[in-house]
Design a protein. Structure first.
Length: 470
C-alpha cells in the first residue's frame, strides 16, 4: 500500500534512467532516489543540470564516476538505510580507487538537509552534501570537491533554484515516458507536530504561473500526456499570475487544462484546510482533471487531530469530503494515516477506524508514528508502546485493504479510459493507468504507448486490474 503518493519512504526508483546521450568520453552519474515523487522530480532536474557538465546517466553503479543518493527523512528507518548504503559505497569507492578510478559520492535530499555536517562525520567517503534548495549549485559543489574540498551546502538559497535548473530538451523527455511530475510548490508552513517537512524543505514557496506553464508545454511537446503537479502542500500553492497577483491552484488547473495535447492532470499532496471552492469547482468542471484525490487526514479523533496541529476536526473533514463528492461524484479518495501518535488511546484509534468507514477510501497509506527529533511530537509524554502501534496498524490496514479491494471490484464491468504507459510483464501486453490511478493490464501494441483507449475492466488482482480492448 505504498505507491504513487507524496508519502513514501521506500526507494522510489532504482536508478534514474534517461535517454542515451552523445559523447563517448563523458563521465557517468548514478542517482538513487528514495522517498516521494518530489525527490523523483528533483533527481531528474539534477540529472539535467549535470548533463550540461558532461555527466551521462547510468543504471550501473559500477561504471559511475559520481553516485548521488537523493534521500528521504520522513520516517526513522529511511535515514538509517542511507547510512548503510553509504557504508557499501565507501567500499566501492576504495575498490575503484585501487584500480585508479575516482568515484565521488554525494548525498542530496531531506537527510542531507537535516544531517548536514553530521553526514561528513559519520560517512568519511562522502564528498558533497546538498540540501533540496540548492540543487542548482550542485555542479559547482562537485567542481570544488574535485579540488579536494568536502562540501556541505544546506542553506535556504535566496535565488530560485528552478530558474537555474534546466529542463531537458524534447528527445530526453520523450525517453522518460508519457507521464511526468512537475513541482509547483515546495515546503510547508503547517507544522503538524509529527512532521519534519517544514524543517527539511523549508517554508512554502510557489513557482510563478508562467514558469509552470512553460515547463508543462515543454513536457507535452516531448510526448507527455499526463502531468502530476507536485507540492508538499500542493493546494496551498499561490504562485504569481501574469499580472503579478497570486493565483490559487484551482485557477492554475483551469489554465493548464487549456494546453493542447495535455490529456490528464493530477496533483498531490493536499491539506484539507486548503481545499477551496475554486479547486473543488475545477474537479466539477475539468474533464482533464482526473477523479482522484489524495487528501490525508492522519487521524479521526479530534483530540489527536488537535495534538497533531492539523487545524481541523473530523466533522470538518467529512463535510469537505461530502462537498467534493457532490462536485465530482466519481472521485476516488486516498489518504494518509498515522497510528500511535503520543497520547492516542483505544478510543481515539476507534474514532480513526470510524472515520475510515465513513469515507470509504479507494487507496491509502498508513504508518506507525515515528519520533522525529526536532519536531514538537518528539517531546510529548505518553509515547505509545511499539506493540500497541503494531496491533493498531494491522487493524487499520486490514480495513483499508478491504476498502481498496471493494473499490477495485466496483470497477469490474465498467468501460473506462486508460492511458497506455509502458510494456507489461507478458509480451503483447501494456500497462495503462485508469482515471483512479490503478494499473490496468491490457493486450495492446507497443506503438500505442501514449494513447488513451477505451477498455472494459474484466477482473482484479492484488495491485492491478485486467481489461479487454473495446
Ligand atoms: N511518523 C509517521 N508517519 C509520518 N508521516 C509524516 N511524518 C511522520 C512521522 N513522524 C506520514 C504522514 C504524512 C506522510 C507524508 O507521512 O501520514 O502524510
Ligand atoms: Fe508535514 Fe503537515 Fe506540512 Fe504535510 S501539512 S508536510 S504532514 S507539516
Amino acid at each position: 500500500m505504498t505507491k504513487d503518493s507524496l508519502t513514501l519512504d521506500a526507494p522510489a526508483t532504482d536508478a534514474l534512467q534517461l535517454g542515451p546521450r552523445d559523447g563517448s568520453n563523458s563521465r557517468k552519474v548514478f542517482i538513487k532516489t528514495y522517498g516521494c515523487q518530489m525527490n523523483v522530480y528533483d533527481s531528474t532536474r539534477m540529472s539535467d543540470a549535470l548533463a550540461r557538465d558532461g555527466y551521462e546517466p547510468t543504471e550501473d553503479m559500477e561504471e559511475a564516476d559520481l553516485v548521488l543518493l537523493n534521500t528521504c527523512h520522513i520516517r526513522e528507518k529511511a535515514a538509517e538505510k542511507v547510512y548503510s548504503a553509504l557504508g557499501r559505497l565507501r567500499d566501492m569507492k576504495k575498490r575503484k580507487a585501487a584500480d585508479g578510478r575516482e568515484m565521488m559520492i554525494g548525498v542530496t535530499g531531506c537527510v542531507a538537509q537535516a544531517e548536514g555536517e553530521e553526514i561528513l562525520r559519520r560517512a568519511p567517503a562522502v564528498d558533497v552534501v546538498i540540501g533540496p534548495q540548492t540543487y542548482h549549485r550542485l555542479p559547482d559543489a562537485l567542481r570544488r570537491a574535485k579540488e579536494g574540498q568536502r562540501v556541505v551546502d544546506t542553506e535556504y538559497a535566496i535565488e530560485d533554484k528552478f530558474e537555474h535548473l534546466p529542463i531537458a530538451e524534447k528527445t530526453k523527455i520523450r525517453a522518460r515516458g508519457v507521464t511526468a511530475f512537475l513541482t509547483v510548490q515546495e515546503g510547508c508552513d503547517k507544522f503538524c507536530t509529527f512532521c519534519v517537512v517544514p524543517y527539511t524543505r523549508g517554508s512554502e514557496v510557489s513557482r510563478p504561473v508562467a514558469q509552470i506553464v512553460e515547463e508543462a508545454e515543454k513536457l507535452v511537446d516531448g510526448g507527455v500526456r499526463e502531468i502530476t503537479l507536485l507540492g508538499q502542500n500542493v493546494n496551498a500553492w499561490h504562485g504569481a499570475g501574469p499580472t503579478g497577483q497570486a493565483w490559487s491552484l484551482g485557477n492554475l488547473l483551469y489554465r493548464l487544462a487549456e494546453i493542447p495535447g495535455l490529456a490528464r492532470l493530477r496533483y498531490t499532496t493536499s491539506h484539507p484546510r486548503d481545499m477551496d471552492d475554486r479547486l473543488i469547482g475545477a474537479h466539477r468542471d475539468l474533464r482533464t482533471l482526473m477523479p482522484y484525490l489524495h487528501l490525508p487526514v492522519q487521524a479521526g479523533s479530534d483530540r489527536i487531530l488537535k495534538a497533531m496541529n492539523r487545524r481541523h476536526t473530523s466533522a470538518e473533514y467529512l463535510a469537505l469530503i461530502e462537498k467534493i463528492r457532490v462536485a465530482r461524484p466519481d472521485i476516488a479518495l486516498s489518504g494518509d494515516f498515522i497510528v500511535g501518535f503520543p497520547g492516542e488511546t483505544d478510543q481515539d484509534f476507534e474514532d480513526t477506524l470510524r472515520l475510515i468507514e465513513e469515507v470509504n477510501y479507494a487507496q491509502a497509506f498508513s504508518f506507525k508514528y515515528s519520533t522525529r527529533p526536532g519536531t514538537p511530537g518528539a517531546d510529548l509524554k505518553d509515547q505509545v508502546p511499539e506493540e500497541v502501534k503494531t496491533e493498531r496498524l494491522e487493524r487499520l490496514q486490514a480495513l483499508l485493504l478491504k476498502q481498496q479491494h471493494a473499490f477495485a471490484e466496483t470497477c469490474v464491468g465498467k468501460v473506462v479510459d486508460i492511458l497506455l504507459e509502458k510494456p507489461g510483464r507478458m509480451p503483447g501486453q501494456l500497462i495503462g493507468r485508469s482515471p483512479w490511478l490503478q494499473s490496468v493490464n491490457v493486450d495492446a501494441k507497443a506503438s500505442q504507448i501514449g494513447d488513451i483507449i477505451n477498455v472494459r475492466i474484466t477482473g482484479t488482482s492484488t495491485n492491478s486490474l485486467f481489461a479487454d480492448l473495446l
